[in-house]
Design a protein around this ligand. Structure first.
Ligand code: ATP
Ligand code: MG
Length: 258
């Protein structure tokens, strides 16, 4: 890790970036993961690098959906493995779900490294190293999935998923929860529940929510899902960006030279 001082105003963002760079150096994250991270940072900047009210509501719905699921699976790609490995393992344990390594630019070596990385954080059940099924409608490399894992899941939590694969999972009748800072992406618009938040904030939030709601009545959890409207959440996320930008404009104005 580089020597960014904690007092640096952009410390959190810079440390997150460092983790992705480290993931690439360790062969866990693909090089394209750096571009995805940069894109995420730009959207995070626009939204004010905070969990908005809309994101908090989506996180609540996601927690309810995970707790109600019969066969939930948590999908892990190279960026999630670099940024929130311990949190993914901890969430999996709390809801009794397996993890599945699911990467866009697949190499067997990288799948194995990610699986080992998750096991080093205490993961008990990690799928993905021996895929034995194909998600319909995707080309061979991208279609790989595992029976008992994503292929048979009713709810898939898949942070930072590609739009096409997200759509293919929804077509299979699965409910898909994603985390994507771009509220306009195909992934965001296709998913059942879209959390427009940084994974580094969304995962700790989800863990606390699952802890809080674990003892709830099934009917109360179902009530949250019935009231949930993902299109409205995406619209509100875009509005949060507009409001944040409008609010940020005046101090910038004062800073500009006369
Ligand atoms: P589409 O979904 O429309 O096909 P895309 O947005 O998926 O396109 P990519 O660059 O492949 O394009 O995907 C990266 C996505 O992940 C971006 O939308 C980006 O905002 C999001 N992202 C990247 N890093 C993070 C992060 N740390 N937390 C949350 N979202 C992130
Ligand atoms: Mg996407």
């Amino acid at each position: 890790m580089s020597d960014v001082p904690p007092s640096h105003p952009r410390y959190a963002s810079l440390m997150t970036r460092e983790k992705v760079v480290e993931g690439v150096e360790r062969g866990i994250t693909g090089r394209n993961g750096l571009i995805a991270q940069g894109r995420g940072e730009a959207f995070d900047y626009l939204i004010g690098e905070r969990t908005t009210a809309a994101a908090a509501e989506a996180e609540r719905a996601a927690a309810a959906m995970l707790l109600l699921a019969e066969r939930p699976v948590l999908s892990v790609n190279g960026n999630a493995a670099a940024l929130v490995p311990g949190e993914m393992v901890s969430l999996a344990k709390r809801i009794g779900a397996p993890l599945e390594v699911n990467i866009f630019y697949r190499t067997e070596e990288r799948v194995r490294r990610i699986a080992d990385h998750l096991r080093s954080f205490g993961a008990e059940e990690v799928f993905g190293e021996e895929p034995d099924a194909a998600i319909p409608g995707l080309d061979h490399a991208r279609a790989k999935a595992t029976r008992g894992g994503i292929f048979d899941a009713d709810v898939v939590f898949v942070p930072l998923e590609d739009g096409d694969r997200c759509e293919a999972l929804v077509r299979m009748g699965k409910r898909v929860i994603t985390v994507d800072l771009n509220p306009l992406s195909r992934t965001a618009r296709t998913s059942t529940v879209t959390i427009v938040d940084n994974v580094v904030r969304a995962l700790p939030n989800l863990i606390s929510l699952v802890e809080e709601m674990a003892g709830w009545d099934g009917a109360d959890l179902a009530g949250i899902l019935e009231a949930y409207d993902n299109t409205a959440i995406l619209r509100r996320s875009v509005e949060e960006v507009i409001t944040h930008l409008a609010r940020s404009f005046s101090p910038l104005d004062e800073l500009s030279p006369p």
